[in-house]
Design a protein around this ligand. Structure first.
Ligand code: ZN
Length: 459
């Protein structure tokens, strides 16, 4: 069975031309200004549309026991949401608690993906490092997981101490795994939280002051020191501020192999949202927190200069009713997360490309190609090339609409972007040659998604 996407403007991280893409089964077999299709080929007319490689969200949470509750989505809802937003591959954080057996945790997370409609893989969380954890990491790496995750925050829950951090990075270097890291100084967070609560400052607007930019920059600096002394390759997740970026830049000048991710909320919403009255601000609580609006030009510049490699989401959906509300009267008890797996690409296009802040090549690179390259998926993913998986997004740049929780696929009772206008949308989305979205709606098949085995590349 073959399929021809005809006459669209094909835009990848390094090419931009009007032409055709021929798909044979699950892979792209040919592309060019004009490709003659086999007689029985199905045709998708892409005239006036963009044709992008499927987008990759390298940082999501789907199954997540956290702060006494569970994130709302399942792979069924999250993968549908990802797909209608143009994302065809999810990289989920597998986050075992410190007391969990890592191999059992990996299998639990892996099992959750069976009903996924899009492809997926995991960053394996290391929440403890001992002999058992080491052999588990070796085993999980052999099973195709080429990246790890450590938390320098949330000590005692997910977090590792400095000895464990050193051991994890040393093992990662040996195995060629890249280590993704949540960088905040946990002691400073705990002390500032205590001080604010003692002063009667209990609302969501105090979340940001409890973890100011310097607390994040201190975490990044700490990680950079450990990366420098072990030679490991590291990736700072959800980077929110210029102070943290400066710590990475300084490390680059020392020869440290470090990459930076930001997430879509930091680019489009700011801490004033967490200050909304009537506890509304709780919808905008994540860590690191939303920053002063003056950080946004810094982040866009860093994206344009490619100091920031990727734009992810840190998707972690908790309902406002019953979950976010657990933190009424104590902001430290608000489950962290801003659901956005469905909105990432659309918001990046609207506020980046359509607003003139980034060009199309940067958009594709940051939302797809760089994640594929860093995490061992390229050129299977993140490219439109002969032999690549046929993960393709036909994008309508003329579409205009609004974001609303009322019609979202994410299983959560609010949208952080309610009523926002969007310019453009994913009209048709293919995962390995199968049409999963048509006319912006999910029309595909749950369970079509596959676990993606990856090889280590970061030696
Ligand atoms: Zn996260």
């Amino acid at each position: 069975m073959s399929l021809l996407i005809q006459g669209g403007r094909i835009v990848t991280a390094d090419a931009d031309f009007i032409g055709d893409v021929l798909i044979d089964g699950e892979t792209i077999s040919a592309l060019g200004p004009q490709v003659a299709p086999p007689a029985d080929a199905e045709i998708i007319d892409a005239a006036g549309k963009f044709v992008f490689p499927g987008f990759i969200d390298p940082h999501v949470h789907i199954y997540l026991p956290f702060m006494g509750t569970f994130a709302k989505d399942t792979y069924e809802s999250a993968s549908r949401a990802a797909l209608v937003g143009g994302t065809t591959t999810l990289i989920e954080m597998c986050c075992p608690a410190r007391s969990d057996d890592p191999l059992e945790a990996f299998e639990l997370w892996l099992g959750k993906g069976e009903r996924s409609a899009c492809d997926y893989t995991f960053h394996m969380g290391v929440s403890r490092f001992d002999g058992g954890a080491e052999s588990a990491i070796r085993e999980i790496a052999n099973r195709g997981v080429a990246s790890l995750k450590v938390f320098l925050a949330y000590k005692g829950a997910f977090g590792v101490d400095d000895g464990e951090l050193f051991a994890t990075l040393s093992l990662a270097k040996e195995l060629g795994l890249i280590v993704t890291a949540h960088c905040e100084n946990e002691t400073l967070v705990a002390e500032l939280q205590k001080r604010l609560l003692a002063e009667g400052k209990t609302g969501p607007e105090w979340h940001e002051p409890s973890r100011p930019p310097r607390v994040e920059a201190e975490g990044v600096h700490h990680l950079m020191t450990f990366a420098e002394l072990t030679g490991a390759h590291v990736y700072c997740v959800h980077t929110s501020c210029g102070e943290a970026l400066a710590a990475v830049q300084a490390a680059h000048l020392r020869g440290v192999n470090a990459w930076v991710e930001t997430v879509i909320p930091y680019l489009v919403v700011d801490k004033s949202y967490a200050e909304l009255p009537d506890f509304e601000g709780a919808k905008y609580v994540m860590s690191p927190p939303l920053r002063d609006v003056r950080q946004q030009p810094t982040l866009w510049n860093a994206l344009r200069s490619r100091l920031i490699s990727t734009v992810a989401t840190d998707h972690a959906p908790f309902d406002f009713a019953g979950q976010k509300e657990m933190g009424r009267g104590d902001f430290t008890q608000i489950p962290n997360g801003i659901p956005s797996v469905e909105n990432r690409v659309t918001l990046l296009y609207t506020h980046g490309v359509a607003a003139g802040r980034i060009d199309l090549a940067t958009f594709v690179d940051a939302a797809s190609t760089q994640a594929a390259k860093l995490f061992g998926l390229y050129p299977r993913k993140g490219a439109i090339a002969a032999g690549s998986d046929a993960d393709v997004v036909v994008w309508d740049p003329d579409y205009r609409g609004r974001i609303s929780a009322a019609d979202q696929e994410m299983d959560v009772d609010y949208s952080a972007f309610e009523g926002w206008e969007i310019a453009g949308r994913a009209e048709t989305v293919l995962v390995r040659g199968k049409v999963q979205v048509q006319g912006g709606k999910f029309t595909g098949e749950l369970g079509h998604g596959q676990f993606l085995r990856r090889e280590p590349t970061h030696f």
